[in-house]
Write a protein that binds this ligand. Structure first.
Ligand SMILES: Cc1cc2nc3c(=O)[nH]c(=O)nc-3n(C[C@H](O)[C@H](O)[C@H](O)COP(=O)(O)O)c2cc1C
Length: 242
């Protein structure tokens, strides 16, 4: 939908049929037009969408280089009302989430934040920063590995799949800067810290941007779980760009 002159009709008709969330990215003229048409009742869309559409506060061309534009999301939420609209972009702390919820949206969607800090939802619920230890983080990885092997199987194929997703995920997890090491809270999602030494070996390893270190973390986990599987060869891993 981004970068193209999407017809308001097609966007809303699709969201009417589809029970899952659609995500119009920021291409404000298009999005605002859709919402204006909708609010004037020009589109015969009387069936409410089962999942409110989340609005991504950036256009595709911007990738993640700029902050999400929450002022524009707020404007859209106002025009869309009473149709519920979810906002999306750059949420990594409970303060970010609280601020976002004050923009008049019905809810928020979190993507990278959930990968960088899977415990973010606990922080939001308990309104606190959690100075999680490296071993607690490792326990989350253990759970992920267990679920992966349970879901995909502990044969060679299942192990490979679990390892692939674990590596992909580690490329996000390493962006987390431990609360206890931060001078200013909260961490911002686009913050890229210089190399730092953690409070223990595992914390330092988890902060590494080096793929070899992610493989080291992953291998220690996968080896524990998949005793019978063939671990002699490795999948080629190319980190994502998100
Ligand atoms: C791993 C990953 C996969 C994503 N895949 C899609 C996708 O298929 N379609 C889409 O519209 N957005 C996708 N996104 C974008 C997110 O839904 C979200 O709009 C964006 O990351 C901004 O939110 P954030 O700041 O909370 O990450 C993806 C994001 C991530 C991190």
């Amino acid at each position: 939908m981004v970068g193209r002159e999407a017809k308001p009709r097609s966007v809303l008709q699709r969201s009417k049929r589809c029970p899952t969330a659609q995500q119009p990215r920021r291409g404000w003229e298009t999005v605002l037009n859709v919402l204006r048409y909708r609010s004037r009742g020009k589109i015969p869309n009387q069936t409410p969408c089962r999942v409110p559409p989340p609005l991504h506060g950036r256009c595709r061309e911007q990738r993640y280089t700029r902050g999400a534009d929450w002022d524009s999301i707020a404007e859209c939420a106002k025009i869309a009302s009473p149709m519920p609209l979810f906002g999306n972009g750059d949420i990594l702390s409970y303060e970010d989430a609280d601020r976002a919820m004050q923009m008049g949206v019905s809810g928020i969607m979190i993507a990278r934040g959930a990968l960088i800090k899977p415990w973010l939802f606990t922080e939001m619920k308990e309104q606190r920063h959690w100075d999680i230890s490296s071993s607690e983080r490792f326990d989350i990885l253990k759970d992920f590995t267990n679920y992966g092997l349970e879901h995909w199987g502990s044969d060679t194929q299942g192990v490979e799949k679990t390892r692939k997703f674990l590596l992909e995920w580690l490329s996000f997890l390493c962006r987390y800067i431990p609360v206890g090491l931060l001078e200013h809270l909260p961490q911002k999602i686009n913050e890229r810290p210089p190399y730092y030494v953690g409070r223990d070996y595992l914390e330092t390893l988890m902060a590494s941007q080096n793929v070899d270190d992610w493989i080291r973390i992953r291998s220690s986990r996968a080896r524990c779980k998949a005793r019978r599987a063939d671990l002699s060869h490795d999948t080629l891993f190319i980190p994502g760009q998100s």
